[in-house]
Design a protein around this ligand. Structure first.
Ligand SMILES: [Mg+2]
Length: 187
């Protein structure tokens, strides 16, 4: 079987990691409850930043957000390694900026994710992911972002939404725990 995964906020807890970095850099002390209440993909608003300031902050902190110690979600590493060990294809499809793609692939491998040659796709726009998903003829695809999920309605691929505060309005099969999904998956 062919399994495709988005990375940020699908396999790794990137927004929360960024939230902690924002607290640190802005000398703030916003609580994790405030973080969980954010209804947008972007996290800048609770720090009193407007869109432009928020974008600038994210861009400035990108290397730290991407390449420090962002934790994988519980159960994600075990699932992907088992899929790989059992001979399934594990693909990554991320819209991280092109200039960070090589380092992202290296970071994923260092974090313990199985990354086979030719199985890492990076640097496309959100609405371009569908082309890769179709070209690969994936059996399964997993993502958190409404802007991506909304483009995947007419694929043969089984699409799963990784549950987040900002995607509750998207209809479809939902994953709240990789461990639970792992147990339910007959592979
Ligand atoms: Mg994502």
């Amino acid at each position: 079987m062919k399994f495709g995964f988005d990375i940020d906020d699908t396999l790794i807890n990137l927004r929360q990691h960024a939230f902690h970095l924002y607290n640190e850099k802005l000398n703030e002390n916003k609580s994790i409850e405030q973080f969980h209440a954010i209804q947008t993909v972007e996290i800048h608003e609770i720090f009193g930043l407007n869109q432009e300031q928020g974008n600038a902050m994210w861009t400035r902190l990108m290397p730290a957000i991407y390449f420090t110690d962002c934790p994988p979600f519980e159960g994600a590493l075990t699932l992907l390694n088992e899929l790989n060990d059992k001979g399934h294809d594990v693909f990554y499809i991320t819209s991280r900026p092109k200039k960070y793609c090589v380092q992202t692939k290296d970071w994923m491998m260092a974090a313990g994710f199985p990354v086979a040659d030719g199985h890492f796709f990076c640097g496309m726009q959100d609405d371009e992911k569908i082309m890769t998903i179709r070209d690969l003829a994936l059996d399964y695809y997993f993502d958190d972002k409404p802007a991506v999920l909304e483009t995947l309605g007419n694929t043969k691929t089984a699409v799963y939404i990784v549950d987040q505060s900002y995607n509750k309005q998207v209809e479809g099969q939902r994953i709240t725990s990789w461990s639970d999904f792992h147990k339910s998956l007959k592979i």
